[in-house]
Design a binder for this molecule. Structure first.
Ligand code: ZN
Ligand code: ZN
Length: 285
């Protein structure tokens, strides 16, 4: 393996999209000096993330239960359709996984009000998500591991939960991944001490963010201090330009770092060096 230049802070090589060639994809990234965090979304993919991390230097695992796996539902993502299963968060099970030395964080966990199962009571839908999110925050506090937070159309509610912990004097750390919120929302996560990461959507045509003051995602990235930024692919989803529409992979994370450099008027090397340092510090790798 080459010395690492970048770490893709969030990818899913543990998903079926890589069933045939995950090892090739990992090797291709490591040969280019790109390490990665393989992120679990339920118990099966969390276990698989740990397996990959155990086999490769430069690959680490994050384990947790994604909010879309709490109820059975059809999920139609850009490239991958799947039926999510119903899982209840079992702290003992995830604690055992998370105690493995290859595991550097808890997640992805959070709230997702975008994907909605049919025939589920709205109150139950929300309360189950929040209680599962809180259980993973508790585990992260217990083990001293940072959080990998997923949020879709629920920033106010995620912030309410995080601010609640702060009020009680509990210090949480972590990354809010695939960020697509407004400038104000970003500022509130930063104020709580969180890092923010962007995916390939940062390389797409700028669009005004809903609920903001006319700012685009690129404007938000310009505002987030480089010291608080991480880069990620969220592969297999959201491949950056010039690979848009293809299956994404960690090696493409370079394009996110290049885009951040362009937006901030810095060199690629400056962005690579600082985001690497941020990722290493936050996750202790
Ligand atoms: Zn996510
Ligand atoms: Zn993800």
């Amino acid at each position: 393996m080459q010395e690492l230049q970048l770490i893709d802070a969030h990818c899913h090589l543990n998903f079926n999209a890589y069933k045939e060639d995950a090892d090739e994809v990992i090797s291709r990234s490591l040969e280019q000096g790109i390490g990665m965090f393989v992120v679990g979304s339920q118990s099966t993919t969390s276990a698989r993330a740990v397996d990959y991390a155990a086999r490769y230097d430069g690959v680490w695992a994050i384990v947790g239960l994604h909010p879309i796996h709490l109820f059975e539902q059809e999920v139609d993502e850009a490239e991958v359709e799947f039926r999510s299963r119903r899982e209840r968060f079992d702290p003992g099970h995830y604690r055992t996984l998370a105690e493995r030395p290859e595991v550097v964080g808890i997640g992805e966990c959070g709230l997702d009000y975008h994907h909605r199962p049919s025939r589920i009571d709205e109150g139950l839908f929300r309360s189950r998500q929040e209680e599962t999110f809180r259980a993973q925050i508790e585990l992260s506090l217990e083990l001293g591991l940072p959080l990998m937070i997923h949020c879709r159309e629920a920033h106010e509610e995620v912030l309410r939960v995080l601010e609640d912990y702060r009020r009680r004097g509990q210090v949480l750390r972590g990354d809010v991944h695939c960020f697509s919120g407004t400038r104000d929302i970003a500022a509130r996560y930063l104020d709580l001490g969180f890092h923010i990461s962007f995916t390939g959507n940062l390389t797409y045509k700028p669009r005004v963010i809903e609920g903001g003051n006319g700012e685009t995602l690129q404007d938000v990235a310009r505002q987030v201090p480089l010291e608080r930024l991480l880069v990620e692919t969220d592969a297999p989803y959201l491949a950056p330009v010039p690979h848009r529409g293809e299956r994404n992979e960690p090696a493409f994370v370079r394009h996110i770092a290049e885009k951040i450099a362009e937006i901030k008027g810095l060199t690629y090397e400056e962005v690579a060096r600082q985001t690497m340092l941020n990722t290493r510090r936050l996750f202790g790798v």
